[in-house]
Design a protein around this ligand. Structure first.
Ligand code: C2E
Ligand code: MG
Ligand code: MG
Length: 801
């Protein structure tokens, strides 16, 4: 009796004793029936007093449970009332009817007995309701099939003799039928519960089933014997009713079943409903040969009807399941878009379709910018949140017939049925616009910039794999150029002959003096004086003219010559700085250092010896590193940066605001300067939030004791605004364009005064490496993505909020 653990020790002991006494009483009645407990003269003691005492004991046990334990109180109260009614019926029978020769039928005793059925029903329904929830429809149906089939069988066995032996008034017939039907209904309901719990109903239900089964057996045997005229008291059968009631008393104190979700097991799904439907079918077939009363016939027919319904449900479930599986196999779980597998299949089909019928299609490769930084900074959960929102966003701007899929990570593939370049551009623009509206990632909102590579079939490749590769190359070109999209061009393909040729030319330039350093002064705004000089590498190409760093740094990275380049730039620039110093210009030199160089094992040692050779005080050298290095390289970069700080060189955070680095880095890393990216300066005059962000950054830098340089100053208005908001340093074409060493020498000799500079005609564009429209327009006007803040730095949003 596990439930007694919650009671006070005295009460628990009393309940347990009552249980033991009940068992003893039932055993005594049974043993007396076979002559092992007292002679026949003691019949009235065993089949009378002890019998009624056992019934009262069972009712009391259930009632105590209802009163002592609040859980499912009503259910057990109902049962207690039912058993009390049953007991009252027995006692009334013993007292008022047993010794009369013509006892009425039905009598008040029957009312007491029959009270047990509605009460037991109410109790079973309430218990079932609280023990079994979240049921699959098919499980209920299984329960109903089993219950109806057993009810059909039970009523077929019991009703026939009862009906035959029943004569008299309507009330008499109805009362006689009420017992077997009530028993059958109770058993049916219990079986239902067994089935719906996956045939693991728990102790309470097993005891309930045992209790009602014993009662039903007792009723059935009693009716048979009465019908045959062979019933007599004082036999073992007398023990069946108190035994049944005792079981119910024990059920009341058993551990209730934990409510769990029931999943149909294989046994309950297939075997049991099948067996019970077969039983119902057997009864109906047999009814053709042997008479079957209407009630079992109806019950069997009901079981078969429900079995058919169950079959329909199983069938539709299976269909839905296979559809779901199919969909799962072709869907990317996170974004809900097609997955890579489905994309390849679609790509193959598009190629085959075009080969068979002619025609063309476009393949777009879409890659999100700064996604790794976002993941590293805000966590993978935020990354997933973003990807989840991106799927529907992109789908929303596509027309019917387009196939979009997530190919992995932050990379998406898109197939457009129309192979026109103009259509591909329009779609790329729409996607770009769609991604610019901010995405909400729990605490922050970010806008996303994507780089889109476009390859056309059959123009750029004649098979799917190569086309995909070429769209990838185009995507990298878009990334390098910071443009929204780029078409595949053989020249920008790292595997193409032209690109390989350029790599060889670059190595040659490095070895034979083809790379030179230009210098751009930075201005201290409160004095209009020069504060530092930034070294910017240039490639003096024999055919293409002077190529700016922006346009060949990626080639440097891919060619694996970054280390040589950094050494060369530092060597030239430190030598130049030394000559300025010799002429009385003690200027700070700023040199850009890529992540690759910074993470070279020997970088700090090499730098030390270069500084020593040029006799440069370390504090006169400032290394410009980009924000993204801080995030992506984590601990390794921190060690190098600390070593550099220890050496005494200054550190500047270049392109500040374009990455996702947390502001805490500013306090943790020993940087002494921030350079606000030129895209902010370019937008500040027409975009109020940007202007506010720059002003905010000015005050942030001031409070953190950091120097602040605004890059890319091109107009007098920008300069005036920067002065107004108290920005201390500026750099840009307006003040001074990057110059060769000789030009800078002359500029210094002429007094190092800043004037508004005019555009020079730039070098001939380098196919596949230069930005698309590299004409005379200002740099940032040629970078629409950046000018409109497409990379959507988290900083921007954090500050704007
Ligand atoms: P950065 O360090 O942010 O350099 C500023 C870039 O903006 C330079 O382009 C400069 O010529 C350009 N610029 C300066 N003022 C203006 C202006 O008013 N308007 C516009 N539109 N642009 C302006 P450049 O020389 O092509 O360099 C691009 C980037 O390449 C640099 O960005 C830097 O990250 C990298 N880089 C340049 N030289 C080196 C180098 O020696 N080593 C390494 N590792 N990277 C370098
Ligand atoms: Mg720089
Ligand atoms: Mg910069």
């Amino acid at each position: 009796m596990p439930l007694t653990t919650g009671l006070r020790p005295g009460a628990a002991l009393a309940v347990r004793c009552a249980g033991v006494l009940l068992i003893v009483a039932v055993l005594a009645i049974a043993l007396h029936g076979v002559g092992l407990a007292g002679p026949a003269s003691l019949d009235s003691l065993f089949s009378g007093w002890l019998y009624y005492a056992a019934e009262v004991g069972a009712a009391t046990l259930v009632l105590t449970r209802a009163l002592a334990v609040p859980r499912e109180r009503l259910a057990w109260l109902l049962l207690a009332v039912g058993i009390a009614g049953f007991t009252a019926g027995d006692i009334y029978h013993a007292v008022a009817l047993e010794h009369t020769t013509h006892s009425p039928f039905p009598s008040p005793s029957d009312a007491g007995y029959l009270l047990l059925y509605p009460c037991a029903f109410g109790m079973l329904m309430r218990l079932a309701g609280s023990h079994v929830r979240h049921l699959h429809k098919s499980i209920w149906l299984d329960g109903a099939i089993c219950g109806l089939a057993i009810a059909a069988l039970g009523s077929a066995l019991v009703l026939e003799p009862v009906i035959h032996s029943t004569h008299g008034s309507f009330a008499a017939v109805a009362t006689n039928l009420a017992y077997p039907l009530g028993d059958v209904a109770l058993i049916m309901l219990v079986i239902c519960v067994f089935a719906v719990t996956g045939w693991r109903p728990g102790g309470t239900w097993v005891l309930i089933a045992a209790g009602f089964s014993l009662m039903a057996v007792a009723d059935s045997v009693y009716m048979f014997r009465i019908a045959e005229g062979t019933w007599q008291t004082g036999t073992t059968l007398d023990a069946l009713w108190p035994a049944g009631l005792t079981m119910l008393g024990f059920a009341a104190w058993a551990e209730p079943r934990e409510e769990t979700e029931v999943l149909p097991s294989r046994l309950s799904m297939l075997l049991l409903p099948g067996l019970f439907s077969a039983l119902a079918l057997f009864l109906l077939i047999r009814a053709d040969f042997v008479h079957l009363p209407l009630i079992p016939e109806l019950l069997a027919a009901g079981a078969l009807l429900i079995a058919r319904w169950r079959f329909v449900i199983t069938f539709t479930d299976m269909l839905a399941l296979s559809e779901h599986r199919e969909q799962q196999a072709s869907t990317d779980e996170l974004t809900g878009l097609h997955n890579r597998r489905q994309f390849y299949a679609q790509l193959g089909a598009s190629v085959e379709g075009c080969e068979a019928r002619g025609g063309s299609f476009a393949l777009l490769m879409i890659d999100l910018d700064h996604f790794k930084e976002l993941n590293d900074t805000l966590g993978h959960y935020a990354g997933d949140l973003l990807l989840r929102q991106i799927g529907p966003r992109m789908q929303g701007v596509l027309r019917e017939g387009a196939t979009i899929a997530r190919l992995g990570g932050d990379e998406f593939g898109l197939i457009l049925r129309d192979g026109e370049a103009a259509t591909a551009v329009a779609v790329a623009e729409r996607i770009h616009q769609a991604l610019l509206s901010p995405f909400s990632l729990k605490e922050v909102t970010v806008a996303v910039h994507a780089s889109i590579g476009i390859a056309l079939f059959p123009r750029d490749a004649e098979d799917g794999d190569v086309l995909l590769q070429r769209a990838d190359v185009a995507m990298y070109k878009a990334k390098e150029n910071r443009s929204r999209y780029a078409f595949y061009e053989a020249g920008s393909d790292p595997n193409s002959r032209e690109r390989l040729g350029l790599a060889a030319e670059l190595k040659d330039a490095l070895a034979h003096g083809g790379l030179v350093v230009h210098y751009q002064p930075q201005m201290r705004l409160d004095r209009d004086s020069v504060s530092a000089i930034e070294a910017l590498v240039r490639w003096q190409h024999p055919q293409r003219g002077l190529i700016e760093a922006e346009d060949f740094m990626t080639l440097v990275e891919h060619t694996g010559v970054m280390r040589e380049l950094t050494t060369l730039v530092l060597e030239q620039a430190l030598g130049q700085q030394r000559s300025w110093r010799a002429r009385g210009h003690d200027l700070t030199l700023a040199v850009n250092i890529s992540a690759q160089s910074l993470l070279e094992d020997t970088f700090v040692d090499d730098l030390k010896s270069q500084l020593a050779r040029a006799q440069t005080p370390p504090r006169r050298l400032r290394l410009e590193i980009t924000e993204s290095i801080l995030i992506s390289e984590g601990e390794r970069v921190r060690t190098v940066i600390e070593a550099l700080a220890e050496l005494g060189v200054e550190l500047s955070l270049d392109d500040f605001g374009t990455g996702y680095s947390p502001l805490t880095y500013l306090t943790e890393m020993p940087v002494s300067e921030l350079k606000i990216d030129g895209s902010f300066t370019a937008a500040m005059m027409h975009d109020r939030p940007t202007s506010i962000i720059i002003a905010g950054t000015v005050s942030l830098a001031k409070q953190l004791g950091l120097a602040l340089v605004a890059e890319g100053v091109e107009t007098p208005e920008q300069l005036t605004r920067l002065r107004e908001i108290g920005c201390p340093f500026a750099q840009g074409y307006l003040l001074c364009r990057p110059m060769s060493a000789q030009q800078l020498d002359r500029w210094l000799a002429a007094g190092a005064t800043f004037e508004v500079q005019h555009q020079e005609t730039p070098a001939e564009p380098l196919p596949g490496l230069t930005r698309a429209q590299q004409a005379s327009a200002p740099l940032f006007a040629r970078m629409p993505a950046r000018a409109t803040f497409a990379p959507a730095p988290a900083l921007l949003h954090r500050l704007a909020r």
